[in-house]
Design a protein around this ligand. Structure first.
Ligand SMILES: C[S@@+](CC[C@H](N)C(=O)[O-])C[C@H]1O[C@@H](n2cnc3c(N)ncnc32)[C@H](O)[C@@H]1O
Length: 243
């Protein structure tokens, strides 16, 4: 994948208007033209995914649900331990991205991985409560993100794990334990990302801290392809559902 592929992605990110009568239609409209080139570009934009996966040991025989899992790129981060899990669901609203996930699953011969075209805010796993729920750069694209976290809380087993990696901005008056971003950071990134219906929020981090016991939390900055000097804030959160 080279510069031509990047140009296609940049066109979709920066110029092509996103259309659709509802959220699912808008997601598919945004991703359909970039599904094939998605993984290469997002590897450079969406940092911390491998680290998040490394922080969560796959529970033997357990169920892992990746909410907004897209092309299933995160499946590669399991390595050999993927076979230790009983079931993995890659859930997404975008049909085109899930088609790439299906190709990946078939190519690797994974028999315990299933794609689900559904909404993260309401999905109920047919196999019952799950051991792990992850959101990698999907919460910022889910308008009712609070409903997605509440749904994760409802379908996790007591003691189950939630893992989140995503862009964010701090509150103006973030608590002393958290990073406090300047006005420019708090204003620029939400405005820039909103063009693509990505909404970095000051509220995801406090909401996660309020609802889960914190096992790991880190605030970081990352480079952005083709935006020199800019460093976008992102965080890693691993929490446990209270018994
Ligand atoms: C930036 S992509 C991240 C994809 C993948 N997790 C990754 O790390 O490459 C955000 C994903 O969230 C999905 N998404 C947005 N809203 C959703 C919802 N309500 N339910 C399920 N998936 C959703 C989008 O279709 C998209 O695939």
């Amino acid at each position: 994948m080279g510069f031509a592929s990047d140009l296609r992605i940049l066109y979709h990110l920066a110029l092509k208007p996103v259309r659709g009568k509802d959220h699912a239609a808008r997601m598919e409209n945004f991703y359909a033209g970039q599904a094939a080139a998605y993984d290469d570009f997002r590897k450079r934009l969406l940092k911390g995914r491998q680290e998040l996966w490394n922080l969560i040991p796959p529970p033997p025989g357990g169920t892992w649900l990746d909410m907004g899992g897209g092309t299933g790129a995160n499946l590669d981060y399991f390595g050999d331990s993927i076979s230790r899990l009983g079931k993995i669901y890659v859930l997404d609203l975008s049909h085109s991205l899930l088609e790439i996930a299906k190709q990946r699953i078939a190519a690797k011969g994974w028999t315990n991985v299933e794609t689900v075209e559904a909404d993260a805010t309401i999905f109920q796993p047919p196999t019952g409560p799950v051991d792990v729920v992850t959101f990698s750069y999907s919460l910022t694209m889910i308008p009712d993100w609070f409903a997605a976290i509440e749904n994760a809380l409802a379908i996790l087993k007591p003691g189950g794990t939630i893992g989140v990696v995503d862009f964010y901005v701090s509150r103006k008056y973030a608590s002393d334990a958290l990073a406090r971003h300047r006005w420019f950071t708090r204003t620029f990134w939400p405005t820039w990302f909103a063009l693509d219906n990505v909404f970095p929020s000051p509220d995801h981090v406090p909401f996660l801290h309020r609802h889960f016991d914190v096992l790991h939390f880190q605030e970081r900055r990352a480079k952005v392809p083709y935006v020199p000097l800019a460093r976008v804030p992102y965080y890693l959160f691993v929490g446990r559902k209270r018994p």
